[in-house]
Structures are given as structure tokens and as C-alpha cells.
Write a protein that binds this ligand. Structure first.
Ligand SMILES: Nc1ncnc2c1ncn2[C@@H]1O[C@H](COP(=O)(O)OP(=O)(O)OP(=O)(O)O)[C@@H](O)[C@H]1O
Ligand SMILES: [Mg+2]
Length: 298
């Protein structure tokens, strides 16, 4: 299944300028530099991965991109516009959507109403009806009810549409959160561990769904510890360790990078092995040592 969905690399919009550009982003918490001079380019039509061991600074980077926290320094550009001085809701309105590591849903509301919240927030920003994004209906105009129904359908949640989200398994609840984010019609989607709680089969299906979203033009930045998923769906990876970017490149380049393997081993887990195993599972040539050194752009 993973081989059949349209990959970002195959997308005709893959060569477009970055939808999201981050430059020299640093975040300091007291004496602790959680994010240090991070640069990221997230192009439309692709899934870009941001990986790294626990505490590497991934969620903090997301929070700074969204404006939830004020970075110590750095610049965030969306579609070529500097949004660094804008508030969180202004950035959301400009097209930054996200999901959260700690699931953010309305547990007592149904799946349908959770998705509707995202749509109503978008409508509160502007009465102007923007064209629906390609992943919904090829750009066709939709009523609010139809759009909510279509998102629920695309996410495979039709059978639980009227069920309160609090009674769903985590994997389905995470899809609901994705649906809420999509209903706001983002151009850039930041996903913080969206596959946590998914079993292997669900993870494969979820990767296919992300591939479809990216192929319709969305720019996706994926933070994920499910290395198999990352290796399967991402066009390129940036690797953080102790707040610093230690590698950037294709999954093939990153999986064979010594600094990356050291970082994961240094994290105290077996993730380095997981990186190699997932690379093999995803069909990556693990003997490819074409990586040109930590920090080098692809
Ligand atoms: N509000 C905060 N105040 C102080 N320190 C913080 C705060 N938020 C995060 N940190 C610290 O910043 C560092 C980066 O944390 P962050 O949550 O961004 O890591 P992460 O890469 O998302 O990790 P994980 O994979 O475990 O989610 C950690 O050392 C963390 O303890
Ligand atoms: Mg995190």
C-alpha cells in the first residue's frame, strides 16, 4: 500500500518555493537553549520530517512556528511573507494548521462536531468562501455540512461520526484532530506525533492518507517517533538533537548518517537500530553513504 499512494516526490508542485521557511530559530527557557539556530524549508506538495530523540526540541520548534511561544530569535515565513510578529490566530488564519502531541480534541463532542469546530473557526475569520482544497473535492465549492462530511469520509471516520471523541481509541481521536485542522484549510500542516497510538496497519494507512494530502499541494511537517512511517512517507528529513540540527537530507542520506545514529543511541533507546531497520523495511538502500556531512542541505 505504501508504494502505491502518490508520493510527494512525484507531485508536480514539489519544485515550488517553500510554503514555510524558518531561519535561525532559537528558543531559550531560562538558561536552557531548547532550540538553537534552526533552519527549515517545508515545500508544498511534500511531507518533510522533523525527527530527533526525546527532548530534542521538536515540539518547541512547532510552538515557535505557530506563535504559541515567542522565540529568542529567528524568522518564520509563510508563503514568502514574514509572519514572525503575528499572533497565533493570525498565523492560523494565514494558513498554518497543526495537531498536538498531547491530543487536543473536544472529548464530549461528536467526531462531526469536532470537525465542524475547525470549519466554523475558519468561517469566523472571513465570510469570503475560499475554494475547497484539492484533497476535498478537486477545488469544488461545498456547503459546510458537505465539507464536514467529506473530511470525515476522507479520514475513514464515517462509522463513528456521531460518537463522542472521548470514547474513541487514541488512533481514531488523532484522526479527528487532523480533521479539525484540515477544516481550517491550512496551506502548511504541522503534525506532532500524529501516529502515536496507531498500530502497524493503521500507521501504514495513515501514511497513505498523508501522502494523498501532500500530493494535493499541502506542505506537511511531520514530527514522529514512528521511524518506519517517517522513512516511508517523508521526502526529506531534518534531525534535531539537543536543539541543534545535526542532519538534513533524504531518508536514505539520514539513515546512514553517523551523527544521527549516535544521537539516537545517546538517547538511551534502540532507536538507532529502529532507524536502520525501518529504512530497510521502507526499501531504503542502507549502504548508501552519499551523505555529505551533518548540517549540509540536500
Ligand atoms: N515550557 C518549557 N519550559 C522549560 N523547558 C521546556 C519547556 N518546554 C520544553 N522544555 C524543554 O525544552 C527541551 C525540548 O523539549 P521539546 O518538548 O521541544 O522536545 P521534543 O523534541 O518535542 O521531545 P519529545 O520527543 O519527548 O516530545 C526539553 O529539554 C524540555 O524539557
Ligand atoms: Mg514533543
Amino acid at each position: 500500500m505504501s508504494a502505491s499512494f502518490p508520493t510527494a516526490a512525484a507531485s508536480p508542485v514539489a519544485a515550488a518555493a517553500p510554503a514555510l521557511r524558518v531561519r535561525d530559530l532559537s528558543v531559550r527557557f531560562g538558561g536552557h537553549l531548547a532550540v538553537s539556530s534552526v533552519d527549515l524549508d517545508v515545500p508544498a506538495g511534500r511531507i518533510s520530517g522533523l525527527i530527533g530523540p526525546n527532548g530534542a526540541g521538536k515540539t518547541t520548534t512547532f510552538n515557535a512556528i505557530c506563535g504559541v511561544i515567542t522565540p529568542t530569535s529567528g524568522q518564520v515565513e509563510l508563503g514568502g511573507d514574514d509572519v514572525s510578529k503575528l499572533s497565533t490566530h493570525q498565523r492560523a488564519r494565514r494558513g498554518i494548521g497543526r495537531t498536538f502531541q498531547r491530543l487536543e480534541v473536544f472529548s464530549s463532542l461528536s467526531v462531526r462536531d469536532n470537525v465542524r469546530v475547525g470549519l466554523e473557526i475558519r468561517q469566523s475569520w472571513s465570510r469570503r468562501r475560499a475554494a475547497a482544497p484539492q484533497f476535498l473535492a478537486g477545488g469544488a465549492e461545498l456547503s459546510a455540512d458537505d465539507e464536514v462530511a467529506l473530511i470525515i469520509d476522507r479520514l475513514g471516520l464515517v462509522e463513528v461520526a456521531e460518537v463522542p471523541v472521548g470514547s474513541l481509541p487514541t488512533g481514531q481521536a488523532r484522526k479527528v484532530e487532523l480533521g479539525r485542522a484540515l477544516a481550517a484549510r491550512p496551506s502548511v500542516l504541522l503534525l506532532d506525533e500524529p501516529a502515536s497510538g496507531l498500530d502497524e496497519q493503521e500507521s501504514v494507512e495513515f501514511g497513505a492518507l498523508l501522502g494523498t494530502l501532500a500530493a494535493s499541494g499541502l506542505a506537511i511537517l511531520l514530527v514522529e517517533h514512528d521511524i518506519a512511517l517517517v522513512m516511508r512517507v517523508c521526502s526529506e528529513l531534518s534531525v534535531l538533537n539537543f536543539g541543534q540540527l545535526i542532519a538534513h537530507g533524504t531518508p536514505e542520506q539520514v539513515q546512514s548518517n553517523a551523527a544521527v545514529l549516535d544521537a539516537y543511541l545517546g538517547g538511551g533507546g534502540n532507536d538507532a537500530t529502529a532507524v536502520e531497520r525501518a529504512a530497510v523495511d521502507a526499501g531504503v538502500n542502507v549502504s548508501d553513504t552519499s551523505w555529505s556531512g551533518p548540517g549540509a542541505p540536500s
